[in-house]
Write a protein that binds this ligand. Structure first.
Ligand code: GLA
Length: 383
């Protein structure tokens, strides 16, 4: 109710719509979505909520309730919003929707986002998906959530300059309560697996190191794996992406690679194989095996893909040394952000305290721990 009242304070009218799109965690399958690999994300209770009404103009006013600022986007000149900080993601989505032939209407949008920014929990995807869904619901146009995810990814690639894969937008749009999504990023086929961790609980922790250069380093990794693929094609001409190459085939062909390019490709090929095993383990309730794969994923991201950095490593390793914890790894793009840990139920409070202390001692940063649950990705309520 509180946010509805605040909407009225900001925009002077009653809203008609309340939608939200989720942030996500990723159990395993990191930095493989843009290589056509399998990933296993799940949508969180942390989400981007948008409260909205049509305003009868050709302007879209986007208000951020944490920053307390409004950006005004002109539907006839969305390009002008490219240089914005706040408002750019929304403009990107509207621009791509417009180019795809969707009807757009002027509206007032009130954003309240509980996904921490820059945390590796996909606040940008949550903003994008919530914006698209709000616009479709305001115009009454029919839409498909899978297509909406693809459209939002396109906005981030083309309008915001982040060459991201599909995982985040897909998880935000297609997530289901208490389910992990086993997503094939080459075909976009997906399967839901019950998110059942037996006697363990999932703990999300933020290393709270302000991350720099994520976009440039992320785009650099993408170039490196594209280079790896083009070299490997000499040996494996039938491969259309790195995920097409099995570990056995990779071992025969990898002599065409060297140095960092070899390391990057090794991460991708083996991470893809780990996701398959992890899916089987989760389905079988074999959480110990899942944990070993999650740990191996982090070690590979740290040593071969080099996207963790001092703080995410310190946080993951402090977790693993702590009583009751059987797995911990960095999630998302890296260079900061969050970890997930599997911790025995009943030991989670002591875990948070011990890890927080160890991590602060080692890095000087205070970790944050979130109360999370796995919820539906998109929620829509007409008021
Ligand atoms: C970011 C991107 C995703 C994915 C992850 C790494 O979150 O947006 O597409 O590549 O990094 O797995």
């Amino acid at each position: 109710m509180e946010k509805i009242r605040l909407f009225q304070e900001v925009f002077g009218q009653m809203p008609t719509l309340d939608v939200s799109a989720a942030g996500r965690i990723n159990l395993i399958g990191e930095h493989v979505d843009y290589c056509g690999g399998l990933v296993m994300p799940a949508s969180l209770n942390l989400c981007c909520r948008v409260i909205a009404r049509r305003n009868g103009t050709h302007f879209v006013n986007v208000y951020a309730d944490d920053l307390k600022v409004t950006a005004t986007l002109d539907l006839n000149d969305l390009e002008a919003a490219r240089s914005l900080g706040w408002g750019k993601y929304q403009a990107g989505v509207l621009d791509v929707m417009k180019k795809a032939g969707a009807r757009l209407v002027g509206c007032d949008l009130y954003y309240s986002c509980s996904v921490p920014f820059g945390s590796g929990l996909s606040s940008s995807a949550a903003i994008e998906v919530a914006t698209a869904v709000a616009m479709y619901e305001l115009t009454g146009e029919a839409y498909d959530l899978k297509e909406t995810a693809v459209l939002c990814q396109k906005a981030e690639n083309e309008f915001c300059g982040v060459n991201c894969g599909i995982m985040d937008q897909f998880a935000s749009a297609m997530g289901k309560k208490d389910s992990a999504i086993l997503l094939n990023c080459k075909t976009l086929a997906c399967e839901y697996i019950p998110f059942a961790l037996g006697k363990y609980e999932l703990i999300v922790a933020n290393c709270n190191k302000p991350h720099a250069l994520v976009t440039s380093k992320y785009n650099e990794r993408r170039q490196e794996v594209e280079e790896a693929l083009s070299l490997l094609k000499r040996e494996v001409p039938e491969a259309s992406c790195l995920a097409d190459i099995s570990p056995a085939r990779f071992e025969e062909a990898k002599h065409v690679l060297s140095g960092k390019i070899l390391d990057r490709a090794t991460h991708v090929v083996y991470e893809c194989a780990r996701v398959k095993e992890a899916a089987d383990a989760l389905k079988a309730g074999d959480i110990r095996s899942l944990a070993a794969l999650i740990n191996a994923s982090h070690d590979s991201l740290s040593k071969l893909y080099e996207v963790t950095g001092k703080e995410p490593d310190a946080l993951a390793y402090a977790a693993r040394e702590t009583e009751g914890c059987i797995a911990s790894r960095m999630i998302g793009a890296g260079f900061g952000g969050c970890t997930i840990s599997l911790v025995e139920k009943g030991k989670t409070e002591a875990f948070k305290e011990a890890v927080g202390k160890k991590y602060a001692k080692e890095t000087g940063y205070m970790a944050a721990f979130y109360d999370t649950s796995i919820e539906d990705g998109v929620k829509v309520k007409h008021l």
